[in-house]
Design a protein. Structure first.
Lengths: 303, 243
């Protein structure tokens, strides 16, 4: 569905935004691209959208060369930008209706599709709200609506849930799933979102992919991969034990975050803690994708 | 049909600015017209009114078009529109048409008044095609400026400055005869003078030079600027050279 081969972009001022990127998004996949700000995600997306010419390399979407035929993506690729831009003076339904009318829908078919889209994004009660009345989360949902109302086979999402509250995050992903796009490319900073929804992940730094694979494989690439977060009845006893055992941990008030090289060690220590104090809260992340990503980025910068 | 949808979108998009639009498109130009009619005793009203129409088109049409086009070619907007089933040039032309519709009432009323008050009789009606040519030229100039100056921070300062310079070095309210020689050259180089030179002769005023020269220059200049703007808008790789 999306095929990128040896993609390199050097801006006229000599800045190398990405170098030798190769990846593919196959039918049925949700592929994530994660990386810090300035890693080259935006440049990659702009090249996929046909707005930037690659210095070298090839981009094919739906078997069509995007560099040679940049307009092919119109109506065939849905895109949700990072910034929650909106038309202040248009209502939610007018925005969706505008996109669909450009696609040639009229009359009853148009109204029906607008309603379907509003239901999909959960804004049927907000259809008459103007852009300036929308929260960031709602504006993001409208942008998602603009993308999915066209039934595009490919979706490119640039941080679709940034600035969106927890409840609406779930709604965003329900809508993305319901849209049944054949392939989704997700650029995100949200590790939890990537872990939950992506079949494969590319970790980007300095315009290159420094790691790739399913989220659990990325997490297993480093040894700092099991994290326990807990709140104990007797935090003092826990701290004493952790200091004595030499574990890597941090404490914020009553909340401990303990990092172990492997799951077995983490579970053994947990058992020991339970013997000295009761636990009020516990969260085990094994292996921790977030920590693994941080470690990989740290290693990548060091090289 | 897509074209009408873009126009409708733009017009609906202006609902929140209705007070601003009412003041700029109705209150200011018509108040100014009243002032000209009251204070312009002894002068030719149709000269002043035709000048007001052209001046108003520069400020409330060309400047706004330039600002809006400059906004349309911002990275975030380009990204969003890249996947919409309409080409950028259609979005821009639709936008310009929407603004043209908005300024049309003041142009019709004020030019109608200028024609009605002129001493040229029925021949004054020939000022209408001249005005339309001027409107078209200023639309192209606005689009050209919008695609040329994409930096919104520069645009905010440069567009009003350009409008001011165009109005300053054109015989909008004063006569060009008797001006210092250097200033006449400046006036000749100003495209606004040529717009005025196309609009005013049918109203009974002596042309500053052969009207065909002005028509030719407006067509050639407009054509070149239009070609540049079209080339920019058709080039999807607009973000290659940003700011």
């Amino acid at each position: 569905m999306i095929e990128v081969v040896d993609l390199t972009k050097v801006y006229p001022n000599g800045t190398r935004a990405n170098a030798g990127l190769s990846f593919a998004v196959h039918e049925g996949e949700v592929v994530g691209v994660i990386g810090p700000n300035g890693a080259g995600k935006t440049t990659l997306i702009r090249q996929l959208l046909g707005l930037l010419k690659p210095t070298s390399g090839r981009i094919r979407i739906l078997d069509c060369d995007v560099v040679r035929h940049p307009h092919m993506i119109k109506g065939r690729v849905g895109y949700v930008p990072q910034a929650p831009g909106f038309y202040p003076s248009l209502t939610v339904e007018e925005v969706i209706s505008f996109v669909l009318s450009l696609k040639g829908l009229r009359g009853a078919a148009l109204r029906e599709r607008v309603m379907e889209t509003l239901t999909l994004i959960g804004l049927e009660q907000s259809a008459r709200l103007f852009g300036y009345q929308l929260s960031y989360g709602m504006a993001k949902l409208v942008l998602l609506g603009m993308a999915i109302c066209q039934n595009p086979p490919v979706l490119i999402l640039d941080e679709p849930t940034a600035m969106v509250d927890i409840e609406r995050k779930e709604r965003v992903w329900q809508a993305i799933t319901a849209a049944r796009a054949r392939a989704v490319l997700l650029a995100s900073h949200d590790i939890h979102e990537v872990r939950e929804h992506c079949t494969r992940v590319y970790l980007m730094l300095g315009g290159k992919f420094i790691a790739e694979g399913p989220p659990h494989e990325i997490a297993a690439l480093t040894r700092l991969s099991t994290v326990i977060t807990l709140v104990a009845e007797n935090p003092q006893r826990v701290e004493e034990m952790l200091v004595k055992s030499g574990d890597m941990f941090s404490r914020k008030g009553e909340v401990f975050e303990i990092i172990f090289p492997e799951l077995g060690m983490a579970l053994a220590r947990l058992e020991q803690i339970r013997q000295v104090t009761a636990l009020r809260y516990i969260y085990v992340e094994a292996p921790s994708l977030e920590k693994a990503v941080k470690a990989l980025l740290w290693e990548g910068r060091a090289q | 049909m897509k074209f009408w949808n873009v126009i409708l979108l733009e017009l609906k998009g202006m609902r929140v600015y209705k007070v601003f639009l009412f003041i700029n498109l109705v209150v200011l130009p018509f108040s100014y017209a009243v002032v000209l009619l009251l204070a312009g005793a002894g002068q030719d009203y149709s000269y002043l009114l035709s000048g007001l129409v052209v001046a108003s088109l520069v400020g409330s049409f060309m400047g706004v078009v330039a600002q809006r086009v400059s906004n349309l070619v911002q990275p975030q907007v380009l990204e969003l529109y890249a996947v919409l089933p309409a080409r950028m040039e259609l979005m821009v032309v639709g936008t310009v048409a929407a603004y043209a519709l908005l300024v049309l009432p003041q142009v019709v009323v004020l030019m109608g008044l200028a024609i009605g008050l002129s001493r040229a009789g029925m021949e004054a009606l020939l000022a209408i095609p001249g005005t339309l040519l001027g409107l078209l030229f200023l639309a192209v100039l606005g689009v050209f400026l919008g695609t040329l100056i994409r930096n919104p921070f520069k645009a905010q300062g440069l567009f009003p400055l350009l409008s001011f310079l165009l109005l300053l070095a054109a015989p909008v309210y004063y006569k060009a005869e008797g001006l210092p020689r250097v200033y006449v050259v400046l006036v000749f180089l100003n495209p606004l003078t040529h717009v005025l030179n196309v609009v005013r002769p049918p109203l009974g005023f002596t042309p500053l030079w052969d009207i065909r020269v002005s028509i030719g220059l407006l067509l050639i200049g407009g054509g070149l600027m239009g070609a540049y703007a079209l080339r920019s808008l058709r080039n999807p790789k607009m973000l290659e050279r940003f700011f």
